[in-house]
Each structure stands twice: as structure tokens, then as C-alpha cells.
Design a protein around this ligand. Structure first.
Ligand code: BGC
Length: 739
């Protein structure tokens, strides 16, 4: 019998303890607490006691990750830490050097790509909440996370750190993440606002985007972060937008963010992204952070004091920003004496949280001969090949590194999970090798990636071939790492580095039972691997428990349920920014592909991707059927469309499927992508069972941005709702009308 299961119970997380029941709703229901105004009178009384110098001290970094406090008035420093993969190790107060402490370990959580591949909003909340607890345990007020810029090009150096190419998936994961984080009396700092979609020339490139594309593709996640999650801080990006640096862009800060959206938190600059004193403050920046130089030389330090004295900026303007900071402090309870969450760190619970996310993120790309899951009772020996089998990815990479006590590698994961009777023959196969170093240096931003040495070492190759030949099964752990994919440089191409292509071909030749596991955060050219291998798995920089989660998927303890959060192109020239010759630009980059970012481009232009957005297999099979809307009749703008759909598990093992809902408008009066994701639901279905699920779409979600009217408009008429399990696997279609 079919059971009605709303999203409340559709994702089962109970395997690992933690009561999520209160938050286990769809992302629509996640909403964060507002900045408090309860203490406004106290704030006024503090303001009159503060000297100008003290106020200015609060507006800029006085160490690498803090602004000044005012001891005599019991105003604490505002303490910040990176970042998206977990709370970064402590950095020296006046340089980028690690502080060298032994109490700054933290849980390493899966990088952005891993979280987004789960397509699970509850896990996004869990992630935020878990890292929020760690932030508090480390005494932080602001975590410089989440990093959520749209993935415009697969080559972007921070693709691994960001979530997705799709604005809907982006906001649906970002909102619960922020709410979870901020539930711990710590502020999210949502970054990088905005149009920071490449590393090349990021310090000065002037991004040009047409208004509709800005509103529909690049802003929705920030808008939802502000309006739904009530994010307490936003990081201004390095780059320019329409001629103005983002940290002094009046239209984007005072206009859109604080004006239109009513943002009450603080705008913190990216590190060294400020270029003026008066203009940046007047344009809406609140706090300047940066790289070391004497901190009093920051634009919002002595030069600002001089500007006040010279009458170029009013004291009232300074007060405006200081008040916002104080309000934030009361909201976070770092002032006001209310009980503040104390947090916890490096706990088994947190490692379990990282595990849960990782185990739902692994994407099964191909399994044509059912090599997977590996049946441990039938296998006597396994060759484990590849540098990525033992590579650790927690540390490094500018602000996205974590010093952790636990990072289970893929090889360790297998050893943890396999019976001792199975022989593991490890061979490194390829080495991570760079030409005389041009590893990323902070502040140096080029498109040049570290030049890799792509030749294989003959001896290592031979060892790997022998291991593969003499083992029942071979698993190659290939892909990239966080030196190769990194902030501050985009990749030059999609090719696999370090000679891995050749290695994989040779191993496939000698052992047909070869499973290729990619560990990477961004698309690579895996055309020939797809063709020649029969088992292909995608994993990520996947956190402290990444190796255990991966082993569990390979061995069938966990049924894979990850879905690609971006399109894997066959060639880079198929990707929109490249096909339209709009990457990386020079002083200016124009987003000439407009709305057609990611799958929107591929689907509208009928270009076959290597793997489509939303793609991912399971060890079981699902049948998505009986889709119907709650009514035939026309919906009006304020209504919600409920789409009911049955998900039948037609196989013999339990699994999870992501039901995806795309919307098309035929005969639209305006330009539109062929289809757009407007709903999804991750559903857990036991073998042989059927689950009814409901996906809700507020009609307003179908609006486009009307540039002339400067408002969101729902075009009346017929819409096609397509339901499937990837953007290219549509199983059901229904039409609905909107009047
Ligand atoms: C990055 C930010 C990071 C900051 C502080 C910058 O280079 O763009 O994401 O939070 O450094 O480490």
C-alpha cells in the first residue's frame, strides 16, 4: 500500500543519532531569527560614551580576524573565522601564518560540492548547525561561510567550495545552512556578494551582467539568505560590478541589499577588498577586513578618522555602522548578558554529521556491469590504486582549510570497512607533481594553475599494473586535490592532471573489474573513462569521514543517492561562458550567456552534456509515476501548486531518490531557458515499496524579473511541469494554468 509521506519524513537520517525532528521540514519552512532591536536604548547610551577613535576601531580589522572591542564599555572584539569546510585553524593576529596552537582542531566537513550533491535540505541545516556549534566552541562570533557564488564556469578555482550552477538548488541549501549556523548564536557571513564567479583577475575585474540575469541567476541566493534566513552578515566581493568595486557599490549595498531587501546585519569586506574610506562607508560597507599592513592604515582606520576631521564624512554616518555592529553583538549575545550557546567541537556527533553528509553526496555515474557494490564475500583481493587513495584534503587552500584530527582517506576507509581476510594491494600509481613551484601565493591571482608534471613514473605505473593484474577487483582513486583546485586561480582546462588519464587506461586494460572513483570538486574531462570503464563513481573533498562514507558506498553499506549539482560538459567549449567567448575577460567580463547558465544553456541549445545536472544512479531502481497537480483549474499568483508524485522502489534494496521538478513555459512572451528547476524532494523508499510525495511550488517561484517594471511578474498561461530524476531524465509531464 502506498504511504503518504511528506518531506517531513521523507529523508531518513536516523542511522546516526541527532534529533532533527524539529527542523525536518522542507526548506520553505526554514527561517532565521531577526537581528534584535531589544537593546536599542542601551545601544544609544553606549554610543554617546564612545569616542570617535573607539567607533572607528570597530569598523576595521585590528588583527587578521577581529575588529577592536572597547574594554571600558565591555564591548568585545568581533571574532571571525573561515570558513566553508569547517572552522579554520587560528591565524596569527598580524600575519597569515598559523598561530601554532594545539587547541584549534576542528571537524572537517564536506566541501560545497559534497553538500550540494546530497540535494538534502535537512543535511544543509545539519551542516550549518554542526559547524555553528564548533564556531561557538572556538569562541567565534562570525563564521565566514557559506560560500555560495553561482558556478558559472567549470574551471572556476572555487567550484569545489561553491554549491551549484542553479539558483534554486543554491538557495534551498543555503537557507537551512544559515539558519542552522545562526541557531548557535554565531553569524553566517554569506560570501561573496556578488558576481564573484571567477578567480582570474578577481581583484579588479569589472563584471557586466544584464539586470534580468542578475536578478534571476546571481542574486536569488543572497536575497533568500537575507529575507528567509536572516543572515547576520554578508561579505562584499573583491571584483567590480558595473564599474564599482563591490565593497563600495552603492547600488548593490545600500540599494539592493540594505534598501530593497531590508538587510539589517553587517557588510564585511573580503580580505583587502576595500579601496576607499569615505566612499566605501557611504556606499554601505560596515567593516573592512584585510591582509596585514599596519591595521591603522586600513581605509576604515586612520584615513577614515582623517576624513571625519576634514569634514568629508559625518559622524552620523560612522554611528550608523557602529550601531549595526552593536546590534549584531546583542543578537549574538556577545553583549547583553543573555545566556549564549557554548558549542562543542571535534565530537563524535560532529564527525557523524560530516559522515552523513558525505555518505549522501557520492554520485554513482556508471555501473553497467554491476561491479558495484563490491561483494566482500566474493572478493579475495582488491588493488587500491592512486595518489588520491591516501591524499588528505582538509588543510590548505587559503580560507577554506581546516586543521583536523580526523581525516579518513579512501584507503583507510576501505581498511576500516573490509574484513581483514581481504588482501589490499595498494599502489600509488601517479604522483601529485608540480613543476618548480608556482603554488598559490596569497594575493597573487592568475589564471595559471600550478603547472603539473603529467608524466607517469614507469616504476609506479608497473607497480600499479601488477597490483591490478593480481587482484580480483581494482579501484582507482583519481581526480584532483585542493592544491590543484584552489582559490586565487582558475583551472586552464578540464584535463586530468598528473598523467592519470594514461594510468586509468592501462589499468582498465589489465583488469576489467576496475572501478574508477573520481575525487574532485569540479568537472573534469572524463569522456574516455566514461566510455571505457564500467563502474564510475564521483566523490568530493568530503570531510573528516569522507573515506568511511566512500567505502560504505563502494561496499553497499550505503546506497548512493548523490546527484550532480552542476553539468559535466563533454568539452569546455560546450559550456556557456566559454561557448560565447565570455571567460575570463580582461579588465571586464561580460556574462554574455545571460540567463543560460549551466543546464539552462545545454537544454536550450540542445547540447548533450557528458553527465547532466541532477544526474546520479542508485543500486536500486526507481519508478517515478502518477504525477498530478492538486487541481486542474487556474492558479492565481498567491497560491501554491502541490504536485503529488509516487516514487516506487522497483529493486531489491532500500534507497533514496531525488525527485526533481523542472518548469517550462511554451510560447512565452519573454526569453526563457528550456526548463528551470523549481522543486525537488529527496525521498527514502524501501525496496518494493511506493512512497507518495508532494512537491510544493509557490506560484511566485515561477515569476521572471521584469526589468522595465522593476518587479517580479508571473506570466499567465500554461506551464509544463516536468518531473524526473535528472534534468535529462524526465518521467512525467503535467500542464498547469496560471491566470
Ligand atoms: C577569501 C574569503 C576568505 C578571506 C579570509 C579571501 O581571500 O576570498 O573567502 O574568507 O580570504 O580568509
Amino acid at each position: 500500500m502506498a504511504v503518504i509521506s511528506s518531506s517531513i519524513t521523507s529523508c531518513d537520517n536516523e542511522k546516526h543519532t541527532k534529533d532533527l525532528s524539529k527542523q525536518s521540514l522542507t526548506s520553505e519552512t526554514y527561517s532565521g531569527k531577526h537581528i534584535t532591536h531589544k537593546y536599542d536604548e542601551q545601544i544609544d547610551s553606549i554610543m554617546v560614551q564612545l569616542t570617535l577613535e573607539e567607533k572607528v576601531g570597530m569598523l576595521h580589522g585590528t588583527s587578521m580576524f577581529t575588529t577592536a572591542g572597547v574594554e571600558r564599555l565591555e564591548i568585545p572584539e568581533l571574532k571571525m573565522a573561515d570558513g566553508p569546510l569547517g572552522v579554520r585553524e587560528e591565524i596569527s593576529r598580524s600575519s597569515w601564518a598559523p598561530a601554532g596552537l594545539d587547541n584549534d582542531f576542528a571537524t572537517y566537513y564536506p566541501a560545497g560540492g559534497g553538500l550540494s550533491a546530497t540535494w538534502n535540505t535537512k543535511l544543509a541545516y545539519l551542516f550549518g548547525n554542526s559547524v555553528g556549534e564548533e564556531s561557538r566552541a572556538r569562541g567565534k562570533d562570525v563564521l565566514l561561510s557559506p560560500a555560495i557564488n553561482i558556478i558559472r564556469t567549470p574551471l572556476g578555482g572555487r567550484t569545489y567550495e561553491y554549491l551549484t550552477e542553479d539558483p534554486f538548488l543554491n538557495k534551498k541549501l543555503t537557507v537551512p545552512f544559515i539558519v542552522g549556523l545562526q541557531d548557535n548564536d554565531v553569524a553566517a557571513c554569506v560570501k561573496h556578494y556578488v558576481a564573484n564567479n571567477q578567480e582570474t583577475n578577481r581583484d579588479f575585474v569589472d563584471v557586466q551582467i544584464d539586470e534580468r540575469t542578475l536578478r534571476e541567476i546571481y542574486l536569488p541566493v543572497f536575497e533568500a539568505a537575507v529575507k528567509e534566513a536572516n543572515a547576520y552578515s554578508i561579505m562584499g566581493a573583491y571584483n567590480k560590478f558595473r564599474g564599482e568595486y563591490l565593497c563600495e557599490n552603492n547600488n548593490m549595498l545600500n540599494g539592493v541589499l540594505k534598501g530593497e531587501w531590508g538587510f539589517e546585519g553587517i557588510v564585511i569586506s573580503d580580505w583587502a577588498a576595500v579601496h576607499t574610506s569615505v566612499n566605501s562607508l557611504k556606499s554601505g560597507l560596515d567593516v573592512e577586513m584585510g591582509t596585514p599592513k599596519p591595521f591603522n592604515e586600513f581605509f576604515l582606520a586612520d584615513p577614515l578618522l582623517d576624513s571625519v576631521k576634514a569634514g568629508k564624512i559625518s559622524k552620523a554616518e560612522i554611528d550608523k555602522h557602529v550601531k549595526r555592529i552593536l546590534r549584531l553583538m546583542y543578537t549574538l549575545k556577545s553583549m547583553g548578558g543573555e545566556d549564549r550557546k557554548k558549542g562543542s567541537i571535534n565530537t563524535e556527533d560532529h564527525f557523524n554529521d560530516a559522515y552523513k553528509i558525505a555518505s549522501e553526496s557520492v554520485v554513482l555515474l556508471k555501473n553497467s556491469k554491476n561491479l558495484l557494490p563490491i561483494n566482500a564475500s566474493e572478493v579475495k583481493s582488491i588493488a587500491v590504486i592512486g595518489n588520491n587513495a591516501t591524499k588528505k584534503n582538509a588543510l590548505g587552500g587559503f580560507g577554506a582549510g581546516v586543521k583536523t584530527k580526523r581525516e579518513v582517506t579512501p584507503l583507510e576507509g576501505l581498511k576500516n570497512r573490509l574484513p581483514e581476510s581481504i588482501e589490499i594491494n595498494y599502489a600509488e600509481g601517479y604522483q601529485e607533481k608540480y613543476a618548480p613551484k608556482k603554488k598559490s601565493i596569497f594575493g597573487e591571482v592568475t589564471q595559471e594553475r600550478a603547472k603539473t608534471i603529467d608524466e607517469l613514473d614507469p616504476k609506479m605505473l608497473e607497480e600499479a599494473i601488477n597490483a591490478a593484474k593480481t587482484s580480483d577487483v581494482a579501484i582507482i582513486f583519481a581526480g584532483s586535490n585542493r592544491d590543484y583546485e584552489t582559490e586565487a586561480s582558475d583551472r586552464a582546462d578540464l584535463e586530468l592532471p598528473f598523467g592519470q588519464g594514461e594510468l586509468i587506461e592501462k589499468i582498465l586494460e589489465v583488469n576489467p573489474n576496475t572501478i574508477v572513483v573520481m575525487i574532485a570538486g569540479a568537472p573534469f574531462n572524463i569522456n574516455s573513462i566514461k566510455e571505457k570503464s564500467s563502474a564510475l563513481v564521483w566523490s568530493w573533498f568530503n570531510g573528516s569521514e569522507g573515506g568511511n562514507a566512500l567505502a560504505d558506498v563502494l561496499l553497499g553499506n550505503v546506497n548512493p543517492s548523490g546527484k550532480l549539482p552542476w553539468t559535466m560538459p563533454k568539452t569546455i567549449m560546450d559550456s556557456p561562458a566559454h561557448a560565447t567567448n565570455n571567460f575570463p575577460g580582461d579588465k571586464t567580463v561580460s556574462y554574455g550567456e545571460g540567463l543560460l547558465v549551466g543546464y539552462r544553456w545545454f537544454d536550450t541549445k540542445n547540447i548533450e552534456p557528458l553527465y547532466p545536472f541532477g544526474y546520479g544512479l542508485s543500486y536500486t531502481t526507481f519508478n517515478i509515476k502518477n504525477a498530478h497537480a492538486d487541481k486542474e483549474g487556474p492558479y492565481s499568483e498567491n497560491e501554491t501548486i502541490n504536485i503529488y508524485v509516487d516514487v516506487e522502489n522497483t529493486g531489491t534494496i532500500d534507497g533514496k531518490e531525488v525527485v526533481q521538478l523542472y518548469v517550462s513555459k511554451k510560447d512565452s512572451k519573454i526569453e526563457r531557458a528550456a526548463q528551470e528547476l523549481k522543486g525537488f524532494e529527496k525521498v527514502s523508499v524501501n525496496a518494493g515499496k511506493t512512497v507518495n510525495t508532494v512537491i510544493t511550488i509557490p506560484v511566485k517561484e515561477l515569476a521572471y524579473y521584469n526589468v522595465t517594471k522593476k518587479e517580479w511578474v508571473v506570466e499567465p498561461g500554461t506551464y509544463k511541469i516536468k518531473i524526473g530524476n535528472s534534468s535529462r531524465a524526465i518521467k512525467e509531464e503535467i500542464s498547469i494554468n496560471i491566470n
